[in-house]
Every structure is written in structure tokens, then in C-alpha cells.
Design a protein around this ligand. Sequence first.
Ligand code: SAM
Length: 212
Amino acid sequence: MDYSIARRRMVEQQIKARGIDDQRVIDAMLTIPRHLFVEAGLQSHAYGDASLPIGEKQTISQPYMVAAMTAALELQGDERILEIGTGSGYQTAILSKLVKRVYSIERIAVLAGRARKILDQLQLSNINIKIGDGTVGWKDQAPFSGILVAAGSPDVPQKYLDQLDIGGKLVLPVGDREEQILIRIIRKNENHFERQQLMGCRFVPLIGEQGW
Ligand code: SAM
């Protein structure tokens, strides 16, 4: 099955029509075959305007949310990015097209394993995946030019602020277990962080030491 037309329609109607104009993000969304990251029985829904189940009570994020979070990092190409919540690996694949290296943490081993396999099949070789609690970040590899958190947090984990480079951006959903606000925090200097609210969103909970 050729999904390229569905993918183009997804980008036109869900991404560009909603104001995402970062051409590099648009190109990455046009390139990565999203249907490979969902179960065989759901492939025909892969380019729809919704999140989808990926097993283990987790989801692959809505395409627009992937694009909006990625665009909010304002990536140039030479960044080292920390992603929390690998999930299906789709967001990881998009990031890998846009930056130097992606460090991704997933707490559920079976999801991390499945994602690794698809990312390897696509020959995306600039990705490190670790199984564990992503609420504490990845200290050995810090600082990061950007941190993208794909699960809803009750607050902003201090370790993310500590592991963000000067000028770096942190994008994460903060709120209760059902609904959150997508927040962007920019580290202006050692002690000054600028915080912006981007939009309402709904993510599965970030579970761990500094999460739920
Ligand atoms: N962006 C992913 C995609 O496109 O497939 C979707 C991620 S899904 C909404 C959230 C993921 O975060 C789940 O796979 C969940 O297991 C993971 N997660 C939740 N808490 C975590 C934690 N403390 N550390 C790492 N991963 C976590």
C-alpha cells in the first residue's frame, strides 16, 4: 500500500493549515512513514488527525502535536535533543531528521524495543534509546539543546531545567492526569528561565520519580 498521498494530505490539512511553517519540520513529516509506527490493523488510520493506541495503554501522538512540539524547539540541525517517552518511535524519527543526535528514554521495555527495530529498519542511525525513568533526565549526556517531553507532568521536573543548555528549550505538557497545557521554557542564562504557554493538550501521564 502506498501511503504517500495520505501523508501529503496529512501535512497540508493538519500541519500547514494549522500554522506550522517550519519547512524542515514539514519535510520531515512528509518523509517519515508514520504507518510503520502503528499496529498493522491500524495502518489505514495512521494519517488521521488523532492519536492512536500502540499497546501497553500508551499512544502514538496526534500528528499535529508532534509537529507543534517539534517546531517549538526551533531546531537548526546541530542540536543534541533529549526526548522523554519514545512510545512508538515516530516523534523520535522526526527529530532524528532534524538534529545531530536524539537521546530518547522510554520506561516500557517492549515499546522501546519495538521502536528501536523500526528506527533501525529506516536506517536512522543518530538515535540512542534508553529504558528507564525519564523524569530524571539523562545526566551523562547533558546538557541538551532541547528537551521534548511526550507525557503529561504534574510540574516541571527540576532535572530537566538542570540538564538544559543555555539558550536551550524545554517543551512539555504540565497539568493534571487528564488535561495539560503545553509549556515552553527557554533557558536564557544560568539562572533565568523564560516560560510560555503554547496550547492545551492531552497526554498520557509521565510516570516516575519526578512525575506522577
Ligand atoms: N511521541 C510518542 C509517539 O509519537 O509515539 C508518544 C509517546 S506516548 C504519548 C508517552 C510515552 O511516555 C509512553 O510510551 C510512556 O510509556 C512514556 N513514559 C511515561 N512516563 C515515562 C517516564 N518517566 N520515562 C520514560 N517514558 C515515560
